[in-house]
Design a protein around this ligand. Sequence first.
Ligand code: COA
Ligand code: AMP
Length: 621
Amino acid sequence: MANYREAYTRSITDPDGFWRDAASAIDWERSPDKILDDTEAPIFRWFSDGTLNTCWNALDRHVETRGDQPALIYDSPVTTVVRSYTYREMRDQVALFAGALRRIGVEAGDRVVIYMAMVPEAVVAMLACARIGAVHSVVFGGFGARELAARIDDARPKVIVASSGGIEAGRIVAYQSMLDAACDEATHVAERRIILQRPQAPFDLRDGDLTWEDALDGAEPAGCVPVRATDPLYILYTSGTTGRPKGVVRDNGGHAVALRWSMENIFGVRPGDVFWAASDVGWVVGHSYIVYAPLLTGATTILYEGKPVATPDAGAFWRVAEQHRVSVLFTAPTAIRAIRREDPDGRLTAGRDLSDLRLLFLAGERLDPPTYTWAGDLLGIPVIDNWWQTETGWPIAASPRGIEELPTRPGSPSVPMPGYRVRVVDSTGADVPAGQEGSIVIGLPLPPGCLPTLWGDDERFVRSYLSTFQGNYLTGDGGRFDDDGYLYVLGRTDDVINVAGHRLSTGSMEEVLSAHPAVAECAVIGVSDPLKGQVPRGLVVAKAGVTVDPAELVAFVRERIGAVAALRRVDVVTALPKTRSGKILRGTMRGIADGRDEAVPSTIENPDVLDALRPVLRRQH
Ligand code: COA
Ligand code: AMP
């Protein structure tokens, strides 16, 4: 492909030709004749008459040519283990665990919830599901019982695979109480639980539970089961504006084609390269760029169980990059900000041989220009901001390094990627001129790899994403284009917040706070934070005559949603500012908390309430 402009134009004018070519990088059991299937528009399908197996494409097909190459390197500073798995070893372990799943009744189409720390077995479990056509749903280890229960009830898994715990910097997180509470709270009952016992967090098995070893004992390796391209590979729940998470569905065919294409053309990663996405398998970055894309490409992926700082210090990323000869690193801006805060002059890169590192990709939240500049100056390599979402599964906007070395601009994730008809529109859905802000939408159809629907709920999919602007997918982000077609993403236009690159819902935190017996009313807002981008803050009105300790409310949210909610400050106030129609003025409160001079809205019911709140909101969180 000669250059970005040509590639992009072709993807829009000849999508069938563009994606048919991209599909040739995948092994199909039955090659697709149909490329874009619009028979059920606005729900579009890709490669609908093709069949394939994603695990075959990620592992088995590489065994002949690169069987002894590391597929995955597990680097765990929190347990001091570093272990490499070749493509052959990975294939064998996955086949055996797939056989173990099948022996306990897991069939194609059954769901398996995976609630595990960053251990190789998590990747093995995901790929084992893919191997037999089962649908995995990974739940991030930082989520607590309520979030886990909601996912169990929606996905209705036959089996839950969990590790007994995770290890945070200086703290063991035992999963037992959260998993047991979630299983008790959920209406749906999984038939079996398989527990990977970790010595740091022993787990008391319930009747019927199997350990990982029990499950493997005597199991026969399972082969790859061909599935339809449109069959679901996984469900990944993500925060929406309500407390009920959205089950983003990923299909097999479009996903494999798009991720394989993105790895080489956007990330510039070729077979045999070492690629490291420093994220977690519980997030979309982990699904796409720790597990599937590097393995579909025949690259080596790094599974890092540690943090950018404190495991043991802010030099950890440079140690890993040097030790495993990483070519391309992908992480969140927060991780770089955390490193910079501890090591502002980048002294911990001194003496490290980072000569293999050629690109740094950052995504998951807005990349602020100072962080972009600091990282580029320190490493002397291009820093590529890329913008996307759980829903899309791969970058909507980036600088496609495998196609052309487009110059990057601070504050912009560059340009739309092939297949994405990105538009910035006003409230009527009309395109706004360059330089003007609006809602960012994507003209349908979305390219392969993006969600075809929400799990079991086409109606919610259409309502949430496709009904605001007919014929367009609503990203939920606001932004603008500049005169040269570079996109600037300015933040969410809804109640989703981004805390340390983690997507959270203020609505979900409000639901939990409201359920506390002492709480009459509450609001949760996302306020700016120099390290994490945003953090949530709670404002609560107690029931008449009831006193409540804010610390108890903080603990309540942490227990229900999980530590990752990172709600550290709740203020008990006498009233919340509202419009005359009763809508809480969250945006105005957020502005005041961020130090802006917010005008008092003309629709306000009682301006005194807002005035009384100003000093509270201005307090540091
Ligand atoms: N399991 C259990 N708990 C977890 C967890 C997990 N997988 N991940 C985070 N938590 C906990 C943390 O230990 C912390 O607990 P604490 O309140 O007891 O300190 C809490 O959730 C909040 O976590 P976080 O917001 O991540 O803050 P932190 O202070 O622990 O770490 C950073 C700050 C910047 C080091 C960390 O957020 C980071 O590495 N960010 C990179 C983001 C990233 O990779 N995002 C993925 C998308 S690309
Ligand atoms: P998630 O679904 O967890 O990947 O979060 C997606 C959201 O994160 C997007 O809707 C954006 O609000 C934000 N986001 C991700 N990447 C970027 C980026 N490069 N620049 C600005 N915001 C981003």
